[in-house]
Design a protein around this ligand. Structure first.
Ligand code: K2U
Ligand code: ZN
Length: 174
């Protein structure tokens, strides 16, 4: 397993749609393993393939709180088949928009069908932070970021700050 560099906004790849994965094999599992290691190290509770520059429909999630009780979820080619009318609001962040958080309202429950780590078809019903995380990550596969749900003013303020952060980081590296 190896940690990958996380793509940060502004970066046009974060606005691209990820492609369906045709086959699940050892190469796929190595990628998922790297994504999971990258997510734990960030730290985060979810990560989409596009966030390490891979435009394939791959997601890893682990909402377990204790490090000794890891419970990773691998979603390949996920599709949401149900969203509840009831909504919940969570303060969201994103590893691709470091240091910025905002409240986002999303359906409380969702049902998602997907292919798992071994290539088997699965379907789960999620609520709470897991439901929010699944929706946040599937947004990534469609080139959508959580700031897209904010007012134009708030969204542009965050983007301006991220541009400044990136210029500063580039100066430090150079
Ligand atoms: O996509 C990502 O960058 C991973 C997010 C996923 C996430 C954001 C908001 C709400 C649920 C999931 C990261 O895990 S950001 C770190 C984080 C962790 C827990 C709660 C909020 C943010
Ligand atoms: Zn994110």
């Amino acid at each position: 397993m190896s940690k990958r560099k996380i793509v940060t906004e502004p970066n046009p790849i974060l606005r691209k749609k990820s492609d369906i994965l045709e086959t699940v094999n050892d190469e796929t599992r190595k990628l998922l393993d790297d994504m999971l290691e990258t997510m734990y190290a960030a730290p985060g509770i979810g990560l989409a393939g596009v966030q390490i520059g891979i435009l394939k429909q791959l997601i890893v999630i682990d909402i377990s709180k204790e490090p000794e009780k890891k419970n990773p979820l691998y979603l390949i080619n996920p599709q949401i088949t149900f969203k509840s009318k009831k909504t919940s609001t969570y303060e969201e962040g994103c590893l691709s928009l470091p240091g910025h958080f905002a409240e986002v309202e999303r359906p409380t429950e969702c049902i998602v069908k997907f292919i798992d780590y071994y290539g088997k078809k699965k379907e789960i019903k999620a609520d709470g932070i897991l439901s929010t995380c699944i929706q946040h990550e599937i947004d990534h596969l469609n080139g959508v970021l959580f700031i897209d749900y904010l007012s134009k003013l708030k969204k542009n303020m965050i983007i301006k700050k991220l541009i400044k952060q990136k210029k500063l980081a580039d100066k430090i590296i150079l």
